[in-house]
Design a protein around this ligand. Structure first.
Ligand code: B1M
Length: 213
């Protein structure tokens, strides 16, 4: 589909001004939101990351691509939210781990989880250990999810877990983790109940965990 290709190119080039029109065109052509997100938007972000990694693109290019992605998601988000009549399935507290500023993937997980009927408390980026602990006390969530994109700051995940354990709150929540460098093995190493490679499987795993409660 050429609109999917155009969208991919626009995100990869950080051409955020054309994005809204292209997303609306794709929707008009009957292309599923899933295809728009996975085949165009996310795929383009991965391409930008690879080119940044190899020195072909620079930080401003990544920022522009991120802005284009956000512009697209602003159009898509209300359409993904699903029916307001869905019964609330549970509460999720989510944040990007301490030291990490990436939030596009986390925001997609939020959209998908809300679409499945979860109430989601977004703690934002670079979230301190104590902020997760305070949010668990305040919102009494069923699930606490960590998003991590940097290999370096993934080392903070066990510290997050330790803070939750030290506050005596570990048994009250199921933990979840995801992000490009995260694996099932990583989750298993720290006794994290849920690992999800992408946003839609994260929402599905949240539903599964609630079913098992
Ligand atoms: Co950064 N960055 N970045 N970056 N960035 C990466 C991650 C990188 C892989 C690029 C590269 O070098 N190839 C690399 C990390 C290398 C590593 O550690 N493995 C990197 C680097 C090095 C950096 C800086 C250190 C660069 C620098 O300053 N020298 C710096 C770090 C700043 C910091 O965080 N302290 C930095 C900064 C930035 C920007 C600010 C410019 C921007 C972020 C903007 C923003 O988020 N608002 C940015 C971007 C855009 C990227 C890339 C290009 C794209 C990330 C993205 O949004 N992907 C990225 C390259 C890449 O990932 N290949 C890169 C699209 C998004 C939909 O996918 O986030 O993976 P993702 O989320 C997926 C899944 O992972 C999963 O679901 C999502 C959707 O399906 N998922 C979860 C995510 N969270 C989940 C939580 C769950 C479950 C699933 O809970 C259960």
């Amino acid at each position: 589909m050429s609109t999917l290709k155009d969208l991919y190119s626009a995100v990869a080039a950080g051409n955020y001004k054309d994005i809204t029109g292209l997303v609306l065109k794709a929707i008009d052509e009957g292309i599923s939101l899933d295809k728009i997100i996975n085949q165009s938007l996310s795929a383009a972000m991965i391409d930008v990351g690879d080119k940044f990694g190899s020195g072909e693109l620079y930080m401003p290019d990544m920022l522009l691509a991120a802005k284009a992605m956000k512009t697209a998601m602003d159009v898509i988000k209300p359409l993904l939210k699903g029916s307001e009549h869905i019964a609330e399935k549970g509460t999720v507290v989510i944040g990007t781990v301490k030291g990490d500023m990436h939030d596009i993937g986390k925001n997609l997980v939020i959209i998908m989880a809300e679409g499945q009927g979860f109430k989601v408390i977004d703690l934002g980026i670079d979230v301190d250990y104590s902020v997760f602990v305070d949010a668990i006390k305040q919102y009494k969530p069923d699930i606490v999810a960590f998003s991590g994109l940097l290999t370096t700051t993934l080392a903070n995940v066990p510290e997050h877990i330790k803070a939750i354990e030290d506050a005596g709150l570990r048994k009250s929540v199921a933990l979840a983790v995801g992000g490009a460098p995260v694996t099932q093995h990583f989750a298993d190493m720290y006794g994290i109940e849920i690992y999800a490679p992408d946003a839609s499987s994260a929402a599905k795993e949240f539903v599964k965990v609630m079913g098992a409660k």
